[in-house]
Design a protein around this ligand. Structure first.
Ligand SMILES: [Zn+2]
Length: 325
């Protein structure tokens, strides 16, 4: 089993429901050192998906490059499109859905972010969209920016401004650029966060229900999240649930796990999940126990997002050759 541990390294405030376009504090990123006991001792190399508000603070950015060296981590890009320049006023509920922005504006925002994360020699080749708000426009921007691996698809999730990811695959795939929720021929590899449909076909049924007038958007969202899916995410669920998810994924032929959480979840009071130091300690302990279980039981091998690319590219070449034979 391939294991990707990805962290959205970002400013505080996201969880207050206030999507500020202003400069925001990012002091939470200095708590990331707490993960030494997971990454160094278990030999796990994470991917740090860094937002513009972090990248543009000298001390915070220096911290990122320090962690990159210490953990042999990868630095990728995380676009909060609501507070990454250029900022344009949109008279719609915030955050403005990315599909309502022009492709040019999205590309300018992505350029600001990628430039700020450049170390002078290279730019990020992995990416995650804020709020998983990835649709065809943003995906095509990623192709043009030279991104190798995206991780913005959250299967079985639907939220404001869509597009929903209800029926997206749970294991890595090359998407259709015109609809990145389905398989296609893009040059960008998609590594969705690990959330599975609890029964095969439940995603299709939810999708059908969501298109009827009897079923409001919020109801689909709630059912998808609380009834129809199982998240292999130690930040969200207890370990028995996460382990059950892994067994199910494996039984369905899954080969890869993409775990994610936010940097602010290491900072008590700066997120809604871990409000005390004790809660942070429990989260880190659970993460560590889960990864040890994956290593012992499934021989989990650590990959950063971009390291996954050649593996899947090779599989694609091999399958093409087999088709030609
Ligand atoms: Zn974010």
């Amino acid at each position: 089993m391939k294991l990707l541990v990805t962290i959205d390294v970002e400013e505080e405030g996201l969880f207050s429901g206030n999507y500020s376009r202003e400069e925001s504090s990012a002091s939470n990123v200095f708590e990331l050192d707490l993960l030494d006991s997971v990454f160094l001792e278990l030999n796990v190399r994470p991917t740090l998906l860094v937002s513009y508000q972090v990248a543009n603070k000298d001390k915070a950015l220096k911290k990122m490059f320090g962690l990159k060296d210490r953990w042999k981590a990868e630095i990728g890009a995380h676009l909060h499109h609501w507070n990454t320049p250029p900022i344009v006023f949109d008279p719609v509920p915030q955050p403005t859905p990315s599909e309502l922005m022009s492709t040019d504006l999205l590309e300018s925002k992505a350029s600001s972010l990628f430039e700020s994360l450049s170390d002078g020699q290279s730019r990020p080749t992995s990416f995650r969209m804020g709020r998983f708000n990835l649709g065809p426009k943003m995906f095509q921007v990623l192709e043009r920016m030279g991104v190798k691996v995206d991780s913005s698809i959250s299967p079985l999730r639907k939220s404001y401004g869509g597009p929903d990811h209800l029926m997206a695959p749970s294991d890595p795939y090359f998407p259709n650029p015109l609809d990145p929720r389905e398989k296609g021929k893009s040059s960008v590899l998609e590594a969705p966060v690990s959330i599975l449909p609890i029964f095969r076909g439940v995603d299709r049924r939810l999708d059908l229900l969501s298109k009827t007038r009897y079923f409001p958007e919020r109801a689909t969202e709630w059912l998808a999240m609380n009834v129809a899916s199982i998240a292999i995410q130690p930040a969200w669920v207890n370990l028995n649930v996460a382990k059950a998810g892994v067994r199910l994924h494996k039984a369905r032929g899954g080969k890869c796990l993409t775990i994610f959480f936010h940097s602010s979840e290491l900072a008590p009071g700066m997120n809604p999940l871990n409000t005390t130091k004790e809660a942070v300690r429990t989260f880190i302990k659970n993460l560590r126990t889960f990864i040890q279980w994956l290593q012992a039981r499934y021989d989990a091998q650590s990959y950063t997002l971009s390291e996954l690319y050649p593996v899947y590219e090779q599989l694609r070449v091999t399958s093409k050759e087999n088709q030609q034979d």
